[in-house]
Design a protein around this ligand. Structure first.
Ligand code: HEC
Ligand code: HEC
Length: 216
C-alpha cells in the first residue's frame, strides 16, 4: 500500500517513505519490547515463587490445589495494582484472608514485586504468555522479529527458521518445539524444549507462533 502510493510520487519519495516506515516499524518494535520487559522479568518471578500454588495460568489449578481449593487459589484478573500489592507484600493473614498466602516483602525486592504484578495482569492470556516464553527462550536464534535473525544466527548453518513465513502446520511446530530439530530430521541446533518447558509453556508458545504468521 505504502509502496504503491510512493511509486506514483517518484523514486525520491519512495526512498523517503520506505526509510520512514522502517524507522516507524523499528520504533514500534522497541516500544513493544520495552513495555514487555517488566512482564518478562515478572514471569520469571511468578514461575519461581507463585506457580506452585496459583498454577501456570493463574487459575488455581496447581500442585497445591489438593491442599487448598481451586477457588481460593485463582487469581482474579480484575484487581488493581494496589490490591495485588497489599496481599503479595503482606500475605493473606495480615489482611484477614487465608494465612496460606505467604507474605513476600522480605523475600522479594520492590522491583520483583512490581514485575510479578505486571505478570499477573497477563497470566490468564495465552497469547501473551506464549510471547513471554518466546522472548525468554527463542530470540537468541529466531530474533525479536521472528525472522530467524537472532544474535546467534550467524553461528549456524542451516540458519534458524524464519518463523513468520513458516509453511508448516501447528502439529509440526508443536513436534519440533518439544522434540527438537534432530528428532525431526533437521538441524540438531534447534533444541528439544520438552524437558525444559512445561506442556503449558509449549502450548502457549506454539499458539503464539500461529499468531505471527504472514503469507509470503
Ligand atoms: C503456599 C501457597 C501460595 C504461594 C506460594 C503463593 N500464594 Fe498467593 N495465595 C495463596 C492463597 C491460599 C490465596 C488465597 C487467599 C484468600 O483468598 O484468603 C492467595 C491469594 C493471592 C492473591 C489474591 C488473589 C485474588 O484474586 O484475590 C494474589 C494476588 C496472590 N496470591 C499472588 C501471589 C503471588 C504473586 C505469589 C508469588 C510471589 C503467590 N501469590 C504465592 C497461596 C499462595
Ligand atoms: C540455538 C538456536 C535456536 C534456539 C534457541 C531455538 N531455535 Fe528453533 N530452530 C533453530 C534452527 C537452526 C532451526 C532450523 C532447523 C533446520 O532448518 O534444519 C529451527 C527451527 C525451528 C522451527 C521450525 C520452523 C519451520 O517452519 O520449519 C520452529 C517452529 C522453531 N525452531 C521454534 C523455536 C521455538 C519456539 C524456540 C524457543 C522455545 C526455538 N525455536 C529456539 C534454532 C534455534
Amino acid at each position: 500500500m505504502r509502496r504503491n502510493s510512493a511509486w506514483s510520487l517518484g523514486l525520491g519519495c519512495l526512498f523517503l517513505s520506505v526509510s520512514l516506515s522502517l524507522y516507524a516499524a523499528d520504533a514500534t518494535v522497541d516500544a513493544r519490547q520495552a513495555a514487555l520487559k517488566p512482564v518478562l522479568r515478572g514471569g520469571i518471578v511468578y514461575k519461581a515463587y507463585c506457580v506452585v500454588c496459583h498454577g501456570e495460568i493463574g487459575d488455581g489449578v496447581s500442585r497445591a490445589t489438593q491442599l487448598y481449593t481451586v477457588e481460593q487459589l485463582r487469581i482474579r484478573a480484575n484487581l488493581t495494582r494496589d490490591e495485588y500489592e497489599v496481599i503479595i507484600r503482606r500475605g493473606g493473614e495480615a489482611i484477614g484472608r487465608s494465612p496460606y498466602m505467604p507474605p513476600w516483602q522480605e523475600e522479594l525486592s520492590t522491583e520483583q514485586l512490581d514485575d510479578v504484578i505486571s505478570y499477573l495482569a497477563i497470566v490468564n492470556q495465552q497469547n501473551t504468555r506464549g510471547r513471554v516464553v518466546y522472548q525468554t527462550n527463542c530470540i537468541l536464534c529466531h530474533g525479536v522479529n521472528h525472522d530467524g535473525k537472532g544474535r546467534a544466527a550467524v553461528l549456524y548453518t542451516p540458519k534458524p527458521s524464519d518463523l513468520i513465513h513458516s509453511d508448516k502446520n501447528e502439529a509440526y511446530r508443536r513436534s519440533i518445539v518439544s522434540l527438537g530439530g534432530k528428532a525431526m530430521g533437521r538441524s540438531p541446533v534447534m533444541p528439544p524444549w520438552g524437558l525444559q518447558l512445561t506442556n503449558q509453556e509449549i502450548d502457549d508458545v506454539v499458539q503464539y507462533l500461529g499468531t505471527i504468521l504472514e503469507p509470503r
